[in-house]
Design a binder for this molecule. Structure first.
Ligand SMILES: [Fe+2]
Ligand SMILES: [Fe+2]
Length: 162
């Protein structure tokens, strides 16, 4: 692939995840409010704060590229978040609600992990050392969040839903 093409793809993907992070930032308080277990609610609240930092780090990367921070509608995250909304509506006041919220949230994290993993490796390939660091920091937080959600799923929530 020519470098020019990869640069364009990098910027496009950056806009995609920037849009996605902003949507996630709006969704997390709703998910926290819906969560039945205190542990799950706390995890969503913590990640809401982290997501604010993810948005800021992406803005740093736009700045490094000397481009305005602008999102591009991401159909994938729209779909994933829409499924989360459906779970909240359809399983409201049921013992399975938290299990459904966890599954929806993990789908979000997996999407982000995939995007940041790609962006990080492209930044590396393009010689953008200053972009690798913030992308890697966010990637680590997404992975950690996914692990936390897995632990919560294994413990309290699944036991309750059974
Ligand atoms: Fe994020
Ligand atoms: Fe995340």
């Amino acid at each position: 692939m020519r470098e020019k093409d990869l640069n364009a793809l990098f910027l496009d993907t950056l806009k995609d995840i920037y849009y996605a992070e902003k949507q996630i930032y709006k969704s997390l308080p709703k998910m926290a409010k819906a969560a039945q277990s205190d542990q799950l609610r706390a995890a969503f609240e913590k990640h809401h704060d982290e997501t604010e930092a993810h948005i800021e780090r992406l803005e740093q990367v736009f700045e490094l590229l000397d481009k305005p921070a602008r999102g591009k509608k991401c159909d994938a995250i729209e779909g994933i978040l829409e499924e989360g909304t459906e779970v909240m509506e359809e399983y409201e006041d049921t013992p399975a609600l938290d299990a459904g919220l966890l599954a929806a949230a993990q789908a979000v994290e997996h999407y982000e992990i995939s995007r940041y993993g790609t962006l990080k490796s492209w930044a590396d390939k393009l010689g953008m050392k200053d972009a690798v660091k913030p992308l890697d920091e966010t990637l680590a937080e997404e992975k950690k969040t996914d692990e936390t959600l897995s632990k919560i799923a294994v413990s309290a929530v699944n036991a309750e839903a059974a």
